[in-house]
Structures are given as structure tokens and as C-alpha cells.
Design a protein. Sequence first.
Length: 102
Amino acid sequence: MAVAELVEHFQWMAPEESRALSSKKRAGVKEELAEVFLHLASIADKLDVGLWDVVRHKILINKEKYSSERLKCKSLKYDEYEDRRSFGAACEWSRQGTARWF
């Protein structure tokens, strides 16, 4: 429930709007962030899980899973990617920010 209340603050907002919150909205977001964190800390404590240890571990997993070299110029789900070398083509980003295959 707490996470839903946090996300609710950002519902229907454009990314630019979410980075420019009013003071009142920002205060509400901070309160919900604290509530979510307290729930996470409580669950981690009950399960004897080192919260920061699992966060560091997940960052390492994501670094491998979403490696920029592995995923460059592709738009598949992470587990659908093949080794980049198997495509036999290189991808280069043009100055306009679009991908070019050659």
C-alpha cells in the first residue's frame, strides 16, 4: 500500500514535471519514501536480511544483466538478448541519437 501511495504522487506526470515538484508535493513524497523504507527495513529485520548487502548484490546483477555493451542498439527484454557478436553487425549512434547499423 505504501508503494502505491508513493507512486500515486507521480501518476499522470511527465518526466519533467516529476523533477519539479511543488514544496507540498515534495513533502508528501518524502513522507511516503520514509514509510516505504521503514516497511523494507522492518521486513529485512524480521527475515534477518542485510538490506544494504542485498542492494549491493542486486546492483551487481543489474550491471551484468543490463551491460551497455551487451544491450547497445537493442530493444528486447534482458533475457532475450544474444551475445552481441552473433549479430555480425556493428551499431553506431548518429549525432541525432538514432542507431545506424552497418
